[in-house]
Each structure stands twice: as C-alpha cells, then as structure tokens.
Design a protein around this ligand. Structure first.
Ligand SMILES: O=C(O)CCC(=O)C(=O)O
Length: 437
C-alpha cells in the first residue's frame, strides 16, 4: 500500500476545450479503464457534463480486496449473464484470473471490530423506506452466513433474511484502517473535505448485503454526486437522467418506492441499465434517479459529494426545500423567530440549512485562498499545502476554478431575498466572503 509520505499527485485541471467529446451526444454510458482516463477528461466529460460513467480497475491496490477470496476448489469462471442487456456483455463475478470471488467472512471478522451497524430489512417497509434495525457487525455476518447455508441446504431460492448493511461510516469509525483509497476522479469533494477536517458525520460509506438485497428508487442526498465501487460481487442499476423520473409520478406528484423495467417501458421512461462488476466504480451524477440490486453477495464502498461542478444544483435544491418548508408553516408567519424556525426545519428535513451551506463555502474558500497564497510565495511544501484525501494536490487552475465558482454562486445567492431575510447575518457573511474572492 502507498504510504502517506509519497509525493502528492497533482490534479491537473485544464481550461475546458471545445469541442469536447461528450458521451451524452451518443446517449450511452461508457466503460473507461482507469489507466486511460485522465482527471481532466473525467472532470469535463462526465462530472461537469453531469453524465454517468463506469470506471474499471479502480481498486487494484485496495487493502479491502482481502474482504473477498477466491473459491480455490472451483477456479472455473462462472458467468452470471442475468440481465446482461446493457452496453457491456462481459458480465461476471470473477476476478482478473477468472476465479469466482466470495465474501471472506473470517477476514472481515478478524480485521473489523464488533461495531453496532445500520441494517435495512429489504423484505419490510416502514413508511417510504426499508425498515431499519441495528445489529452487531459479527452477528450480522453470522446471520448472513447462516442464511446462505440454510438456502443451500434446503435448495431454496428465496432467502429468509434479506438484511442489507448500508450507509456504514466504517472509514470514520476506523480512521487508521486504510482499507481503500479514493480514486483521483472523486477527490475534489467539498462535502467530505469539511466534514472529515471537523470530525463530523461524513458521507463515506460501506455497503454489504446478500444476493437479492436492494436499494429503492431515489436520487442522492442534497443533489450530490455519488461514486460506488464494488469490492466483491455484482450490482444491477436502473438509472435515468433528471426529469425522466417525473413520468412515474402519481397524481399527487409522489414517485414510486420501487421500479422495474416493465413499469419504465410502460411510462416511456428513457433509462439505462448498468451491470457493475467487482473493481468497477459507477459515477452517479446529480439528480439522476436510480434503483440498485445486489445480483450476488456484494460489498461496495461509496461516497456522496459535491464540488464546483454541482454546488449550484445543491444550492437550488436547498432553496426549493426552503420554499417547501416555508409554505408548510406559512400560517405561523406572525410568530417570533419565524425565519429561524424555517431554518431549523430545513436542517431537519434536508440535512443542511443556509448557515451550514455558507459555512461550507467559507471553509472551502479559505483553504483554497491559503493554498493559492502559499503557491504565490513559492513556499509550498507537502506539509503546508492543501492535500486532498492525504495524497492529491490541485494545480493552480483547479484552485482558481473552485474560487471563481464560489464567487459566482455568492453573486446569485446575494440576489435571493431569502438570504437577506435569513438570521445569523447570513447576507453580510456572503458579502464578506465575496469581497475576499
Ligand atoms: O449500492 C446500493 O445499494 C445503492 C448505491 C446508491 O444508491 C448510490 O451509490 O447512489
């Protein structure tokens, strides 16, 4: 594994050049090999264009490859061609040497403590999500193994348990266990940059679940991007561009909890199917609704994040959620501290409020201004410069792109009446930050 002392890798962002080879012009979701896809290409062709991509060979050196083991008694390749109707037919659960991969339960038990973990019961719903429970990690693994054994012994296709361990903050819980490295494409991550530095709840997750476990139809929190890399196993995704999901809404505007291909075809939804294998990362752009199934026993690592490419989307979502909250409690408008109350409710329903958002912009801008000043003085050392996920450094153009994006966003925000009305002198704080940029 690479040491933290290794020289930082530079994120070499270039100005956007035209014409770009944009994948949405062909209306396909491409597979790109990590060794052939530059940071700059990913930035403009996928992240900035808000278009999905599957990146292969992203986790070759990750320690968590030990969470999978080969079935040495059976080194023939078992093809799992179920649902292989997307743009890639080479669809299997085998590693590079063609051996079938399984969960290494013993390694997981020995390497990871018996933490309390969040689990979704995929066989039960509670309001508009799967029912949730908390289990001890080792008990969860034991239930998974026992269930698989029972299924094998009874030759039964339907699992008794369908428990999905998801949204587990393992990286935060075991900060010295470097079980993966964030691929360079995903390190311009303003959300986790702030939350990790301030030791707050972050958006870095581990997911693990048996064949048949699944995540219901949704778009990601705040309008963030997500990336998801399979360590072992195979996922099937149904995914659609923003707006397509409206074709599925009922008369009240509610979206379905679960979807399938028949339903999508019936409503003439334009969608894509992704069959994601081990060692592949799926990039999910902002606002793309999706549903995901574990086609085999699967473990994945996943982050949600935003940056200069989608922060304006996050702001628009925050604003429209503020409007919804305000409408909901409009009849209390005369009460003292009405605006403060709206912000409290906004944080409860959306996850962040205006102040949280502006604090994040201040944090990101301050770090980039400091890094740019150090570069100007030519005194930059690895110890003092801004390192993203301990190993990446932005080039000058990247620093300036981030700063210019925040400046433009503040100009928009300062024209918004709700920012003027917001408590905590938010308008003044935005104005002050803009002056610094
Ligand atoms: O893997 C899953 O079950 C869900 C992943 C997901 O929804 C995401 O990465 O946005």
């Amino acid at each position: 594994m690479e040491s933290d002392k290794a020289a930082p890798q530079i994120l070499a962002l270039q100005p956007q050049t035209n014409p770009q080879l944009l994948p949405h012009q062909d209306n396909i979701i491409q597979r790109c090999a990590a060794k052939e896809l530059s940071y700059n290409d990913f930035y403009w062709r996928f992240m900035h264009a808000n278009w999905p991509v599957i990146i292969t060979d992203v986790s070759n050196a990750w320690e968590c490859r030990n969470w999978a083991k080969c079935d040495s008694d059976n080194n023939t390749t078992k093809l799992d061609n179920e649902n292989a109707n997307n743009n890639n037919n080479n669809n299997n659960n085998a590693n590079e040497t063609g051996q079938e991969q399984h969960i290494n339960f013993d390694y997981l038990r020995s390497r990871i403590g018996n933490f309390a973990v969040p689990v979704a019961n995929c066989n039960a719903t509670y309001f508009d999500s799967h029912a949730k429970l908390e289990l001890k990690f080792h008990d969860y693994l034991e239930r998974w193994q026992r269930n698989a054994t029972d299924q094998r012994e009874t030759n039964c296709n339907v699992a008794k348990d369908n428990l999905y361990l998801k949204d587990w903050h393992l990286a935060a819980q075991m900060p010295t266990y470097e079980f993966y490295q964030v691929p360079k494409y995903f390190v311009s991550d303003w959300l986790n940059e702030q939350l990790i530095a301030e030791q707050r709840d972050d958006y870095r997750f581990v997911y693990m679940g048996p064949k048949g476990s699944w995540t219901s139809f949704h778009a990601d929190v705040f309008g963030s991007f997500s990336w998801s890399t399979n360590i072992v196993g195979h996922k099937k995704w149904l995914i659609m561009a923003p707006g397509e999901e409206r074709k599925l809404a009922d008369r009240l505007g509610n979206l379905p909890f679960s979807i399938d291909e028949n339903q999508l075809d019936e409503h003439q939804v334009h969608y894509f199917t992704i069959n994601q294998k081990a060692n592949e990362a799926v990039f999910v752009p902002s606002g793309w609704y999706h549903q995901v199934w574990n086609v085999s026993d699967t473990i994945s690592v996943n982050h949600n994040w935003f940056n200069a490419c989608n922060v304006a989307t996050v702001w628009r979502n925050l604003l429209s959620n503020w409007k919804a909250v305000r409408n909901e409690i409009a009849d209390c408008q005369q009460m003292d501290n009405f605006e403060a109350h709206c912000q409290t409710m906004l944080r409860a329903s959306f996850g962040i409020n205006y102040l949280d958002f502006v604090e994040l912009l201040e944090f990101i801008a301050t770090r980039r201004l400091a890094a740019a000043a150090l570069k100007d003085q030519q005194t930059t050392t690895t110890a003092t410069s801004l390192l993203l996920f301990n190993r990446y450094q932005m080039n000058d153009h990247h620093l300036q792109t981030d700063l210019e994006c925040i400046r433009q966003l503040l100009i928009d925000m300062l024209q918004e009446p709700s920012v003027l009305e917001c408590p905590a002198q938010l308008h003044e704080r935005c104005e002050h930050l803009k002056q610094q940029l």
